[in-house]
Design a protein around this ligand. Structure first.
Ligand SMILES: Cc1cc2nc3c(=O)[nH]c(=O)nc-3n(C[C@H](O)[C@H](O)[C@H](O)COP(=O)(O)OP(=O)(O)OC[C@H]3O[C@@H](n4cnc5c(N)ncnc54)[C@H](O)[C@@H]3O)c2cc1C
Length: 396
């Protein structure tokens, strides 16, 4: 018997799980996604997909060749500077296993890998309710109760998961880091000096507990995240009018980056006026875990939201999908004693135990990354951490 499976969220983890269940076990699922369509919303910047995690999960899903069509190995380049413009690291490392892919392309290739009818767009889930027969019902934002009953529900719906309350009361909290995202479209023609400064990969500039993370995108544009340590209410109370891009860029530079080199200041103040996002970074506790509950689990940011400072979020979200799919497929093929629900519950518990142990290490490294980036001694501590991780065999 095949269980009725609902996946909440068509992000990288939810889509990859749906693909893997079909690809490995011919198991169908229904994905509920709040976006009205695949193109309704820009998906944000570029992601580096690591060989040993994200690429491995895509390969297991039969998606390596699709990934290779869009990946950019030349983007595997890091330039690390400080506020004066002094270059601490300038490494061309293509082929070392961390090619970049634009988030929109990754999502689209995953959408194309599942049957179109399995994604229910414009379906914002407000909660998932247990039913008296031990199954689950999905409640949608338009007030409608989806009449279907699901045997198994997976929360792949990101930071503010509506599935998480079924297993824990824990909520994301503020990481202490806020800032602003800006973009340069057609940068080679409009701002060749910015193009040269950033190069083809990532440009990190770290000083005085502040940071720029600028990245080349697949369409040739550059995105820069200017981030700093700030109080939780900084976006509302710092006095910068983020609805007025020109004023916001000037104010941010004047107040927080005034002693940075002119070239670095330009990396905010010359950015396009039609793209400015104030950002506040949230996280779940490093040791976040819950007591397993039959019929429900979480993946990706819903399970282990972390700051992006080790570039692990999406990679581990995809490993979650792989490990969960493998265990579910094995459990549903298991001809030994036990009902389908019992076998599934055992498989999910095993997935969760493995995921908790893996994520605890990653979340710890990410927190350490935040500490060495937003410190007074920033470029040097960050460089030392990279060298230490490499000496320990990490592929950076
Ligand atoms: C600024 C920034 C930069 C980052 N950079 C990197 C990086 O370089 N490398 C890296 O590995 N990670 C990075 N991350 C983290 C990475 O984006 C996430 O870890 C990853 O997207 C998690 O995937 P997910 O599928 O779990 O969740 P998401 O990508 O959040 O997808 C969740 C999906 O669920 C949908 N959804 C949400 N709520 C509902 C609802 N109520 N009903 C229905 N659908 C819903 C959403 O619309 C979305 O499609 C970054 C994050 C940020 C904020």
């Amino acid at each position: 018997m095949t269980p009725a499976i609902a996946i909440i969220g068509a992000g990288p983890s939810g889509l990859l799980l749906a693909r893997l269940l079909r690809y490995l076990g011919d198991i169908p699922s229904t994905i509920f996604e709040l976006d009205p369509s695949s193109s309704a919303r820009g998906q944000g910047g570029s992601l580096d997909i690591h060989k040993e995690t994200g690429q491995c999960a895509l390969e297991a899903a039969g998606l390596s060749s699709e990934f290779q069509k869009y990946m950019r190995s030349e983007a595997d380049h890091l330039r690390l500077t400080d506020k004066t413009g002094f270059i601490h690291i300038d490494e061309e490392t293509p082929g070392e296993g961390r090619p970049e892919i634009d988030r929109t392309q990754l999502r689209q290739l995953l959408i194309d890998s599942v049957p179109a009818k399995s994604i229910e767009w414009a379906s914002k889930v407000t909660s998932v309710q247990p039913t008296p027969d031990g199954r689950f019902q999905v409640i949608l934002a338009n007030g409608s109760q989806d009449p279907r009953r699901f045997d198994f529900v997976v929360g792949a719906d990101g930071a503010w998961s509506r599935v998480r309350p079924l297993v824990t009361d824990v909520l994301p909290f503020y990481s202490g880091i806020s800032g602003m995202e800006v973009r340069f479209r057609d940068v080679d023609t409009t701002h060749p000096e910015i193009s040269k400064l950033v190069g083809q990969g990532s440009y990190f500039c770290l000083s005085d507990e502040k940071a720029y993370f600028a990245q080349r995108q697949g369409d040739g544009s550059i995105r820069n995240y200017a981030m700093l340590r700030a109080p939780e209410n900084w976006i509302d109370e710092c006095g910068i009018d983020f609805s007025n891009p020109q004023a916001a860029k000037a104010a941010l530079v004047e107040r927080y980056f005034d002693d940075w080199s002119e070239a670095n200041k330009d990396l905010v103040r010359l950015a396009d006026d039609d793209h400015l996002i104030a950002r506040q970074l949230l996280m779940l506790p490093v040791d976040h875990r819950w007591t397993s509950r039959p019929g429900v689990t979480l993946m990706g940011d819903a399970a282990h939201l972390m700051t992006p400072f080790a570039g692990e979020g999406v990679n581990n979200a995809m490993v979650d999908a792989l490990e969960l799919a493998e265990k579910m497929v094995a459990a549903l093929r298991d001809g030994s004693a036990g009902t389908m629900q019992e076998n599934l519950a055992k498989a999910v518990k095993e997935y969760e135990e493995g995921m908790f142990a893996r994520i605890q290490r990653v979340a710890h490294d990410t927190l350490e990354g935040l500490g060495v980036i937003f410190t007074k001694n920033a470029p040097l501590e960050f460089k030392e951490m990279m060298e230490r991780l490499r000496a320990g065999g990490h592929d950076l």
